[in-house]
Design a protein around this ligand. Structure first.
Ligand code: LLP
Length: 421
């Protein structure tokens, strides 16, 4: 459920007409709903009710500071994967002890930054990384709390580009080597081993892969404890999928996921951490774009929008499906026609949807891409020297621009011309 609904024939973001935002900021733009963000965070928080837990929002999904602040004020921690994300979380007011640092290639500078600024834990992904964290902790005179990310060799049954839990993926250490790696970690005086981390992929639409992975984590917890490690925190990653269509095979709900976590791991008495990104932000955001031209082609018609693959890359990159709806609600029973919905970028990959049934649309009409809040704005670029599009946050009947569209001068002046030219 989200807060982008039609009222009296027009699409609203909470209590604000989307067309009013379009008139104020121009198209294309992203708009997020505070109520939806908070609702989704609370679904996870409630799902783990009764266990000691922290929901660490995977801010890679949508990292505007206004979004971070909204969630942090509701009690969320953050999962970060770069020094930039760490600084962003800090700038949004998240305390270091609620920030988890994940990622397969943390640099020495990033590690130093987090150890100096405060960190809840590093999720370590390799032995060389462990050595570097140890050395920097000793140099700074601190102890670095760590978990080790284990790769459980479980098929998440999702798109190959976002599956992370198979042995051929670059993530984590093979679970079979865990004893050895934990013994190594325990021998390093700058580290304190506090738990285990696992994340098997994104947009999971079934619970079974989680169940397989979490059972392995439960066994591993007991084994590592018997080997003398004080395992007291389990970071279970993110990945729960969202419905991108209104079909009836919706992914499992956070409450069902929470029940699975309690069933597979509850007996261990560990603090539970989860890192959802998409489920919190995905359906809390839409991208709004305008039809530039309706073009008749050979046997097919095109809707050419002012938004493009540089603004929302998911269809081009993952063959992802996004519902695209007219901002002016189509009259009931109006005849729909198939269109290829494309952007203006100079490659055929700049196609959002092929032969998608749409109501009659004309140049100047607005359309909205649903479920675009996660991995939308954060993955956008200025390809074709198209400015990054603005982000807007709605809260009830208020809205605010939370990232401005840069001017062409700002973009062009970022280049510097070498002295020999
Ligand atoms: N934790 C870790 C260690 C991760 O790598 C990820 C996502 C998450 C948590 C959050 O997963 P989520 O709950 O959002 O599924 N750009 C792709 C998705 C990439 C996901 C990368 N890692 C897309 O647009 O589908």
């Amino acid at each position: 459920m989200d807060h982008f609904l039609y009222r009296d024939g027009a699409l609203f973001a909470e209590d604000v007409p989307v067309s009013e935002i379009a008139a104020a900021v121009g198209t294309p733009f992203y708009v997020y709903s505070t109520a939806t963000l908070l609702r989704h965070f609370k679904l996870f928080d409630d799902a783990l009710d009764g266990t000691d837990h922290l929901v660490c929002y995977a801010m890679k999904a949508a990292s505007n500071q206004a979004i971070l602040k909204t969630l942090a004020q509701a009690g969320a921690g953050m999962d970060v994967v770069s020094g930039g994300e760490y600084l962003r979380a800090k700038a949004a007011g998240v305390p270091g002890d609620k920030i988890v640092f994940s990622g397969v290639g943390k640099t020495a500078d990033e590690i130093r930054m987090a150890l100096s600024g405060g960190i809840r834990q590093f999720n370590v992904e390799s032995e060389p990384e462990m050595e570097v964290i140890n050395a920097i902790a000793l140099e700074l005179g601190v102890i670095a709390p760590i978990t080790v990310r284990v790769n459980p060799d479980v098929d998440a049954r999702t798109h190959a580009k976002i599956a992370t839990g198979k042995s051929e993926n670059k993530f984590g250490i093979p679970i079979a080597r865990a004893s050895e790696v934990y013994a190594h970690a325990a021998s390093l005086p700058g580290l304190e081993v506090i738990g285990i981390d696992v994340h098997i992929g994104s947009q999971l639409t079934e619970l079974e892969p989680y169940e397989l992975a979490y059972k392995k984590v439960a066994e591993l917890t007991e084994r590592l404890r018997s080997e003398g490690h004080n395992i007291r925190r389990l970071d279970l990653g993110g990945g729960l999928g969202i419905p991108y269509t209104r079909s009836n095979n919706a992914p499992p709900l956070p409450i069902e996921y929470g029940a699975l976590v309690k069933r597979t791991l509850g007996h261990l008495g560990c603090e539970i951490e989860i890192e959802p990104g998409r489920l919190i932000a995905g359906n809390a955001g839409i991208m709004v774009s305008k039809v530039i031209y309706v073009k008749s082609g050979e046997g097919r018609d095109f809707l050419i929008l002012d938004g493009a693959m540089n603004d929302l890359i998911r269809p081009a990159m993952y063959e992802a499906y996004h519902d695209i709806v007219a901002v002016q609600e189509p009259v009931a029973g109006v005849e729909q026609r198939p269109y290829d919905i494309v952007g203006p970028v100079c490659e055929s990959g700049d196609t959002f949807a092929k032969q998608r049934n749409m109501p009659p649309l004309r140049s100047g009409d607005l359309v909205a891409f649903r479920s675009a809040g996660a991995y939308g704005a954060v993955m956008s670029s200025e390809y074709n020297t198209r400015p990054l599009i603005p982000e807007v946050l709605v809260n009830g009947d208020q809205f605010a621009v939370i990232r401005e569209r840069p001017s062409f001068d700002e973009i062009i002046n970022r280049d510097t011309i070498p002295s020999w030219l």
